[in-house]
Design a binder for this molecule. Sequence first.
Ligand code: TXA
Ligand code: MG
Length: 312
Amino acid sequence: MIVYPTQENYQEAIHKLQKGELIGLPTETVYGLAGDATSDLAIARIFEAKKRPTFNPLIIHGSSQETFKDHVVWNDIAEILSRAFWPGPLTLVLPRVPTSRISLLASAGLESLAIRVPHHPVALDLLTKFKGLLAAPSANPSGRISSTQAIHVQEDFSELFILDGGNTTIGLESTIIDLTTAIPLLLRHGGLPVEEIESLIGSLEAPCKSPIKAPGMLKSHYAPSLPLRLNVKQPLENEAYLAFGHTTFKGDHILNLSPSGHLTEAAANLFKMMRLLDNTQFCGISVAPIPLKGLGMALNDRLLRAAAPREL
Ligand code: TXA
Ligand code: MG
């Protein structure tokens, strides 16, 4: 059920969360499938609903930096980054305080926790009213396309109580930085361009240079049902086409991520347009080249995983 964020519906959402039930929650990146981070029952339900491997930990969402103080060991870089970018599309991985009440299942038994403060009025209102922390992975079955509208969440989880927060503005998941290592490590490209982070704290260790990875970074992810081809300038017959920038192709099978060639607009449109073109009337989806800079890094990362041979 999709509902507007009225006072009554916030109360209903909180009531459900207190019972260990799940809700659909808008954030600025993608919609989340949210449950009380301290409830093992709620966390088990998240893994079950998403069919997510239990070795893949969840991001914990709070309304401010202070809400995490009993749960993670803070450091100077976390201070700089959270001051600069929270609320916003940045997740920080920090050592877990042993006495934290966050479900061990949520962090998949790791000695670290991934935390973020989302930049969305509905998410912040709910977190403030709930007076607690919410574990929220993206609201999509494991390995499939993320949700950027309430209707996408309903398509994937028909029984869920979903707070409608409109279209997500960023459209790609948060950037994840591991701060448990000597040099901050980029675990996932995302809605906050790496250049902005590096301008404050210097170079990040790249994920491929380190054996440590976000356990959820499976090669095949964000996958539509149809096969996907990347860096295509000329789509095949019967193939749907996701263009970027100026294009001469026209028709129902063509969508343009950003006719003006803007990466922010393309990021906001990516998952919605992949869902729209994922239709069996086509034999596949091909995608135009996207520049490898700024948000283009995260866009290319999502596309590469969506095009990878399916593992799930
Ligand atoms: O924008 C987002 O981050 C969205 C919205 C809903 O907040 N959430 C999201 O969650 O993308 P999910 O579950 O789809 O991705 C979480 C990622 C996974 O790759 C997981 O492995 C990683 O975060 N992660 C979680 N806890 C971690 C930890 N302690 N150490 C390393 N990686 C962790
Ligand atoms: Mg996800």
